[in-house]
Design a protein around this ligand. Structure first.
Ligand SMILES: Cc1cc2nc3c(=O)[nH]c(=O)nc-3n(C[C@H](O)[C@H](O)[C@H](O)COP(=O)(O)O)c2cc1C
Length: 203
């Protein structure tokens, strides 16, 4: 398969993917915002999340350059109201242009780390770079971040009672293939079996 065929097949097989809308700041002080759907959660204690960032030609994408330079980033979680503007920030803007300004996204300043975040985003994870992994091939790099703070917007705090967050009210967006996205409107429940490890019998 060609690289294009592999990309197209894999991104229509592993679906839906959450979107990490990463906000960073360059060494020159320019705020940057871009979405990544090779994105996931890997551990809870410590909380580790990661995004895989490809290259632009022979150059690293601005998000990766900034994470390398500053050692920090915010992952803004994409919900329905931000779908269009998130897509806008994926444009090939020069490093000197802030996608916050280009796409009209309100910007806040994180408290645990020195990075910008999407001010009206319901959930933002403030992360410190934990590990960078070279994924080889076409210069793809996995950045794993340790979540130092979780910011919940005022409305989102009401969806959280120190337990699971109310996901149907949060309205997260998942990426399918190309410009296709999934919304959460039909949650199916399946309780896990409780098996006695000694007998193999269901409890
Ligand atoms: C929904 C969505 C998901 C994306 N996922 C990725 C990804 O996982 N990895 C990647 O390298 N680019 C991904 N892109 C493309 C980047 O967002 C795009 O190249 C962006 O311009 C990078 O910006 P930067 O140079 O400011 O870091 C995605 C684009 C969209 C719209």
């Amino acid at each position: 398969m060609s690289a294009r065929q592999k990309y197209r097949l894999l991104t229509s097989v592993i679906v839906p993917r959450p979107i990490g809308w990463l906000s960073t700041r360059s060494a020159a002080g320019v705020s940057n915002l871009a979405p990544f759907s090779y994105f996931g959660a890997f551990a809870s204690d410590p909380m580790l999340i990661g995004a895989s960032i490809g290259s632009r030609g022979d150059e690293p994408k601005d998000s990766l350059t900034n994470i390398r330079d500053t050692g920090v980033f915010c992952a803004n979680m994409v919900t329905e109201r931000h779908l269009e503007v998130m897509n806008q920030t994926a444009g090939d803007y020069p490093a000197a242009v802030s996608e916050f300004e280009a796409a009209g996204v309100p910007e806040g300043q994180a408290t645990e780390i020195d990075a910008p975040f999407v001010a009206d985003c319901p959930v933002v994870l403030e992360c410190r770079l934990f590990k960078e992994v070279d994924l080889g091939g076409a210069s793809t790099t996995l950045v794993i971040g340790e979540v130092l703070a979780v910011r919940l917007g005022a409305e989102t705090e009401e969806l959280w009672d120190d337990d699971f967050l109310d996901v149907s009210s949060l309205k997260p967006v998942g990426r399918l293939w190309a410009g296709n996205y999934s919304l959460v409107d039909n949650i199916q429940r399946a309780d896990r079996p409780r098996i006695d490890r000694d007998t193999g019998e269901e409890l």
